[in-house]
Design a protein around this ligand. Structure first.
Ligand SMILES: N[C@@H](CCC(=O)N[C@@H](CS)C(=O)NCC(=O)O)C(=O)O
Length: 209
């Protein structure tokens, strides 16, 4: 059983996509980040950077004590290694997957997060910042589009944790003021993931809780 500390944001949604895709048993523990619950000492003991997502794996493969983890990329890598799913063991495909996973956690996520901030949450409009992150958002969508013009999935021939990491951020494209039709290969990839049974059931389960 995996305990997932969750809020309905792209970084949280990555983990439910993996858990459903890999058919792991999971329990969702909501952390209301709008009310500051991420600063509670019991949560900080698991996630000292005061951010979701975080997990506790109560049944690690070594049979030892429960493992706590924060950072969505580290969690996806851990769960992929635990289950042997969504991360190839083949040298080239494995490192192509990790390359795009790191691109997402180091670039796509933080930059689109700044786009969300300056478009929706800044206390006053900051035209320079809005423009800067809009241009960077478009650049990143173009990088993704180029990759997906030549490859069905980010890692190559197989759906992987790299796709899972990127998709929830693209799912928020309207908030980023992006028109997906301008990025046809991204749009096609986006729809294929949106219609996967695991994607549908992951979101349905979070509505139920
Ligand atoms: N690099 C982190 C980013 C996580 C993150 O930014 N989480 C946000 C929600 S999407 C959060 O918990 N924010 C609360 C806060 O900053 O206080 C990851 O990939 O897990």
């Amino acid at each position: 059983m995996i305990d997932l500390f969750y809020a309905p944001t792209p970084n949280g949604q990555k983990i439910i996509l993996f858990l459903e895709e890999a058919e792991l048993a999971w329990r969702l523990i909501r952390v209301d980040i709008s009310k500051g619950e991420q600063f509670r000492p019991d949560f900080l003991a698991i996630s000292p950077n005061n951010k979701i997502p975080a997990i506790i794996d109560r049944a690690p493969v070594d049979g030892g004590a429960p493992i706590n983890l924060f950072e969505s990329g580290a969690i996806l890598l851990y769960l992929a290694e635990k289950t042997g799913k969504l991360l190839s063991g083949e040298l080239r495909e494995r490192h192509t997957t990790l390359q795009w996973l790191f691109w997402q956690v180091g670039g796509l996520g933080p930059m689109l997060g700044q786009n969300h901030h300056f478009n929706h949450f800044a206390p006053q409009p900051v035209p320079y910042a809005i423009e800067r992150y809009q241009v960077e958002t478009q650049r990143l969508y173009s990088v993704l589009n180029k990759r997906l013009e030549t490859s069905p999935w980010l890692a190559g021939e197989h759906y992987s944790i790299a796709d899972i990491a990127a998709w929830p951020w693209i799912n928020a494209h309207q908030r980023q003021r992006v028109t997906l039709e301008n990025y046809p290969a991204v749009n096609n990839w986006y729809e294929r993931i949106r219609n996967r049974p695991a994607t549908v059931s992951a979101f349905a389960k979070t509505q139920q809780i």
